[in-house]
Design a binder for this molecule. Structure first.
Ligand code: SF4
Length: 222
C-alpha cells in the first residue's frame, strides 16, 4: 500500500440508481475493475484527467463538496480497499459524510477491510445472462454475510435473456438476508424484454423488490 490513490474522476451529481435515486452525492470513480461485464458502458480507465492523491489531498477534495454522501464507484472501488481503509481510519470522522459503496460483490476479503467505515452498500448480483460471466451464488452470499452489518441492498441488472433459475436464485439470496432487491433493466431496453412478466416472476418469489431503471439516462445527468 503506497498511501496514494489514482482516481478517474470526482464529481457531484444526482444518484441515478437504486433506493437513493435523486439524492445529491459526490461521486468518486476508481480506475480498475476485476470483472468484464458485457454490458459495461462505464469509462473507468485512466486518462489525462485522472489524478493521484495522497491521504491529505484526498480528504481536502472530498471535504470541499457540500454533498452529504460520498459514493465510491468504478470500476470496482474495493480494489482500492487498502488505501481506503487507512484513509477512512484517519479521516472518516472529520469528513462527516456518509460513505456509500457501489460494488460488484466480488471481493469479500476487501470488503472486510472497509466495512467498519461504510454506511450504505449497493451490491450487484451478477447474472450470467446479462454479464456473460458465470459466478457461484456463494460469492454474493459470502459478501452479504459481511455486508449485512450495514445498510445493504442488492441490485440485479437484467435483460430479456434472464432465466427462471436466475430469478429464483437472486430472489432466494435477497430473502435469506431480508434485503431490498432492486431490479434494473439493462439500457437501452430491448423490445423483447417483458418487464411485467419479469417483475411478477420475482414478486412471486420475494416481495421486497423494486423496479428502478437508471434515471440519470432519462434526466441526461452524469
Ligand atoms: S463490474 Fe461494473 S465496472 Fe466492472 S465491468 Fe462490470 S459493469 Fe463494468
Amino acid at each position: 500500500m503506497t498511501g496514494k490513490i489514482t482516481i478517474k474522476e470526482i464529481f457531484e451529481s444526482i444518484q441515478g440508481e437504486g433506493p437513493y435515486v435523486g439524492e445529491k452525492q459526490l461521486f468518486v470513480r476508481t480506475t480498475k475493475c476485476n470483472l468484464n461485464c458485457k454490458y459495461c458502458d462505464t469509462d473507468f480507465l485512466c486518462d489525462e484527467n485522472s489524478k493521484t492523491y495522497n491521504f491529505d489531498e484526498f480528504f481536502e477534495v472530498l471535504k470541499s463538496s457540500n454533498a452529504q454522501t460520498v459514493s465510491f464507484t468504478g470500476g470496482e472501488p474495493l480494489l482500492e480497499a487498502d488505501f481506503l481503509s487507512e484513509f477512512f481510519k484517519r479521516y472518516k470522522n472529520r469528513l462527516n459524510k456518509k460513505i456509500y459503496l457501489e460494488t460488484n460483490g466480488v471481493g469479500v476479503e476487501n470488503l472486510k477491510k472497509v466495512i467498519d467505515y461504510v454506511d450504505i452498500i449497493s451490491m450487484d448480483i451478477k447474472l450470467k445472462s446479462a454479464t456473460g460471466m458465470e459466478f457461484s451464488l456463494i460469492t454474493f452470499d459470502d459478501f452479504l454475510n459481511v455486508a449485512k452489518e450495514k445498510e445493504v441492498f442488492a441490485k440485479v441488472v437484467f435483460d430479456e435473456n434472464i432465466s427462471n433459475s436466475e430469478i429464483t436464485e437472486a430472489a432466494t439470496l435477497a430473502k435469506k438476508y431480508a434485503i431490498l432487491l432492486v431490479l434494473q433493466p439493462k439500457m437501452p431496453m430491448s423490445n423483447k424484454l417483458n418487464l411485467d412478466e419479469v417483475f411478477e416472476k420475482f414478486y412471486s418469489k420475494y416481495k421486497n423488490i423494486r423496479l428502478i431503471p437508471q434515471v440519470h439516462k432519462f434526466l441526461n445527468v452524469r
